[in-house]
Write a new protein. Structure first.
Length: 249
């Protein structure tokens, strides 16, 4: 926990918090603006508001946002002699990888929380929807947070390897584009691709991109299991790469 706390301290004046707040909120507002501009009301109430906010958000902005967050988390280590200081310290490679990825994952989870809050605000203020969204959207949000973890580990690893700030973000965008193709093709292997996994999680229950529209125990279980397995595999791979890079240095 000490390593994670230290990483959050490095982000005290970072733009990461701006990304966390503005990106998901902008998606929810954009969905509402499009609906209002078309002179429509949410036909299915909260489901329509969620659909028009979460679907596109899960295709490109979410993966790209995680890429930006990972680049921000690693940016300080690529400045001056910070890399040598990091690798010569008492913290093991595994703890470094885990701490960095954990911070990115927590920030990604915070983005999902902001999206859910923005959906509620838009539904209540823009469309005067009664009450709160059904409980399933809160549970789906938790699943999305879990699905974001392997992407956080992957993007953290890419930002570790690339000194370029924009490089890992470009990879995230291209990965998201490839994920859209996989989801449209309804490829079963999509669950093994981190970018497609978050796309699948955000589409769950919407009936879009091959989703049946039903939230089944099988869909939830496969998404959760894939997230855990991918997280473990990517963490191990990133740690091995960091160990080799440290040795060569």
């Amino acid at each position: 926990m000490g390593a994670v706390h230290a990483e959050f301290l490095k982000l005290k004046r970072s733009l990461a918090w701006t990304v966390v707040a503005l990106l998901p909120a902008a998606m929810a507002v954009a969905g509402a603006v499009n609906t209002i501009a078309a002179g429509q009301q949410p036909e299915d109430g909260w489901h329509t508001v969620w659909l028009r906010s979460a679907v596109f958000y899960g295709l490109f902005p979410l993966a790209t946002g995680i890429g930006i967050l990972a680049s921000l988390v690693w940016r300080v280590e690529h400045r001056g002699g910070n890399w040598n200081a990091l690798m010569s310290g008492p913290v093991s490679s595994l703890r470094i990888v885990a701490a960095k990825a954990a911070v990115v994952a927590v920030l990604a989870a915070a983005m999902q929380a902001v999206l859910l809050a923005a959906v509620i605000a838009v539904g209540r203020l823009a469309f005067a929807l009664p009450g709160m969204p059904p409980a399933r959207y809160f549970w789906i949000s938790l699943l999305i947070m879990l699905a974001c973890v392997p992407v956080a580990v992957l993007q953290s690893g890419l930002s570790m390897l690339m000194r370029s700030f924009a490089g890992p973000i470009a990879v995230a965008f291209l990965g998201a584009a490839a994920a859209v193709v996989m989801l449209m093709a309804e490829l079963p292997a999509a669950v093994l691709v981190p970018y497609a996994l978050i796309g699948r999680a955000t589409q769950l229950g919407t009936g879009t991109f091959g989703d049946t529209g039903a939230i089944t125990p099988w869909a939830v279980a496969t998404t959760a299991i894939a997230a855990v397995v991918l997280t473990a595999a990517l963490t191990a791979a990133t740690t091995a790469v960091l160990n080799r890079r440290d040795t060569r240095a």
